[in-house]
Design a protein around this ligand. Structure first.
Ligand code: DGT
Ligand code: CA
Ligand code: CA
Ligand code: ZN
Length: 588
């Protein structure tokens, strides 16, 4: 029995089996595995518990789980392996994880590229595309070849990094898993994940335990592990099936603070701290902060002696330097060390401090849940208000609203609001498309009736910098437009921001009193940290919105807060850190 096979791990294996089957061009089965994976993902309890309670029979009662899939789950729960999966994987020596990161490449096209051109990985793919072989392939053509080449260039530039919000749930599961190992006193996530960068290269864990052996043992046997890169006595590295690497280090309690500081980074922050230490005649490393001095005999040649002066906690470490505690999100050596010495660090907007969410979509357009379901979920999370901001008509794919349907939605919101009176305020809003010429997709009379108007670009990403900037500035000048949603349009690992002069936009936001959004949807993180800092410095207000397309997406607010903190934002900078009345006053 593998009690540590989480639903996420099981779903991951099922999904991959589905993908491999799809590559074999086997009909129906891939979809069945994909559906079962979804069902396991959304299961209200651990599949391991379902199995413990009623065996394979109970597993079959999960929607979408038939006899053979129940068998695979059972095999995985009891042996930690699925033979069919291992065989499929052996038969198709293709790096699915790597190749499916290229936009537009699914299991079927990957299969075809493998069969016809022998493409196994990114390198093969690039060679085939450069030789013009993909253009000649049936069902591909010159356009897809070009797109693939662009996708590869993009994957290279983004350097195989992982979106924080996509990786974090698994990182937290693993953190809890390591914390449950016998003898473990403490586990911390360090590195860029602790600093909350929008993307991370790998995940770093720090553990305090008297005996590192069981920690290493559990770590290399985590169910998500694809291969062990290195296993040592106190540190190890593994590669997960998602392609991400994990590092773990076990440290003794007395150097925990110094180790946490070291492995949290950033490297630039560490280097700057170490320089200060050296100037004081100290030494700083992952084991502690030490004073260096001659032995008792003094200058005549007693051996250099090290005295530990700090290391158990980070607080103690910064205090020894005469600095205020520096939150991990700020540790990039971009002025935080000077500010900490001068006791001028910002009081960062707190996690869990948002009172509302100003961008949410519903079943009226491309959202998965009704106004009511969204309101209920938001209220449960303690939000005091949400704004319903469905798309407008230019986005035909999402069934965008015209003025007539927007009015009908308003009536529906009034109806739902009655049910929720005293629980949550449901405000009327819109995510109104900015047209090519900078005018808006709804008439002013329609916008005037709304509580909050967001405007955003979903088309003509390829305008010149001057054109794009002028277009967006024009939309900001509309007196009804309160917020510019996802201001740069980037999608992490998929699409570059459109070319726009953000310094101009920030200055214009100040002139027109337009709020700039920090879209918290994990692969957007838009505004990004540097832009947020520009806003803070210019006194431009921001909102942190989930851009939820389903009730579960309110979880994403956390990632928006994280980026706001990386941009040095305080509560005063964030309009929805305030109650509804004050927030509405802060708008135009
Ligand atoms: P990532 O993984 O690329 O998103 O970024 P980090 O910051 O997590 O970097 P990683 O995983 O290579 O190393 C974790 C931390 O360990 C890093 O933030 C600082 C520390 N560290 C690693 N290598 C060095 C080094 O050569 N010098 C110093 N001072 N610190 C280092
Ligand atoms: Ca890292
Ligand atoms: Ca690392
Ligand atoms: Zn949008």
């Amino acid at each position: 029995m593998k009690p540590n096979a989480t639903n996420r791990a099981i779903a991951g294996v099922l999904r991959e089996i589905g993908e491999y089957l799809a590559m074999q061009e086997i009909p129906f089965k891939p979809r069945a595995y994909e559906n079962a994976a979804l069902a396991i993902d959304e299961l209200g309890e651990a599949a391991a518990e379902v199995y413990a309670r009623g065996g394979a029979k109970a597993l079959r009662e999960i929607p979408g789980v038939g006899a053979s899939i129940a068998g695979a789950i059972e095999e995985y729960l009891t042996t930690g392996k699925v033979k069919a999966y291992d065989e499929l994987k052996k038969r198709t020596p293709v790096d699915l994880a790597e190749l499916s990161r290229i936009e537009g490449l699914g299991p079927k096209s990957i299969r075809k590229l493998y069969r016809e051109l022998g493409v196994r990985n990114l390198k093969d793919l690039e060679a085939a595309a450069k030789e013009g072989k993909i253009a000649k392939l049936e069902g591909f053509g010159a356009k897809s070849e070009e797109k693939i080449l662009r996708g590869i260039a993009f994957a290279r530039r983004s350097g195989g990094r992982f979106v924080l919000g996509a990786a974090m749930p698994l990182i937290r599961e693993i953190e809890a898993e390591l914390a449950s190992v016998k003898g473990v006193r403490k586990v911390a996530v360090a590195g860029s994940a602790r600093r909350r960068r929008d993307t991370i290269g790998d995940a770093d864990f720090l553990v305090i335990a008297a005996d590192p052996y069981p920690v290493m043992e559990r770590f290399v046997n985590l169910p998500e592990v694809a291969s062990v890169i290195a296993r040592g006595g106190t540190k190890s590295s593994v590669k997960l099936r998602t392609g991400m690497n994990l590092d773990v280090r076990v440290v003794p309690e007395e150097s925990y603070g110094a180790a946490l500081n070291y492995f949290t980074g950033s490297k630039d922050h560490n280097v700057a701290l170490r320089k200060i230490a050296v100037a004081k005649g100290w030494k700083l490393n992952e084991y502690g902060l030490f004073r260096l001095g001659r032995g008792a005999k003094g200058a005549e040649g007693g051996a250099m002696r090290e005295t530990r002066i700090a290391g158990k906690t980070e607080e103690e470490l910064y205090a020894k330097f005469g600095m205020d505690y520096i939150e991990p999100e700020l540790r990039e050596n971009t002025g935080e060390i000077e500010a900490a010495r001068a006791h001028h660090l910002p009081k960062l907007v707190g996690y869990g401090s948002l009172k509302g969410d100003l961008q949410t979509q519903t079943t009226w357009t491309d959202g998965a849940d009704t106004i009511e379901a969204m309101a209920l979920a938001a209220a449960k999370r303690g939000l005091e208000y949400i704004v319903i901001t469905d798309h407008t008509k230019r986005l035909a794919m999402a069934h965008g609203l015209d003025a007539r349907r927007l009015a009908a939605q308003g009536a529906e919101i009034d109806r739902v609001q009655k049910k929720f009176s005293g629980k949550i305020r449901i405000l009327k809003g819109s995510e109104c498309d900015i047209l090519k010429d900078g005018t808006l997709d709804l008439p002013d009379e329609a916008l005037a009736k709304l509580d909050v108007v967001g405007a955003s670009v979903h088309s003509y990403f390829n305008l010149t910098r001057a054109e794009q900037t002028a277009r967006v500035k024009k939309a900001m000048e509309n007196p009804h437009v309160d917020i510019l949603f996802h201001p740069t349009g980037r999608i992490l690992n998929r699409r570059e921001a459109y070319d726009i002069d953000m310094e101009e936009i920030v200055a214009h936001a100040r002139r027109t009193k337009t709020v700039l959004e920090i879209d918290a949807f994990p692969d957007r993180a838009d505004l990004k940290d540097d832009h947020i800092r520009l806003c803070v410095e210019a006194g431009v207000r921001m909102s942190i919105d989930s851009d939820a397309h389903a009730a579960a997406h309110f979880d994403y607010l956390e990632y928006g807060i994280a980026q706001a903190r990386r941009g040095w934002a305080e509560k005063k900078d964030i309009v929805n850190a305030w109650p509804a009345e004050k927030m509405l006053q802060l708008l135009k």
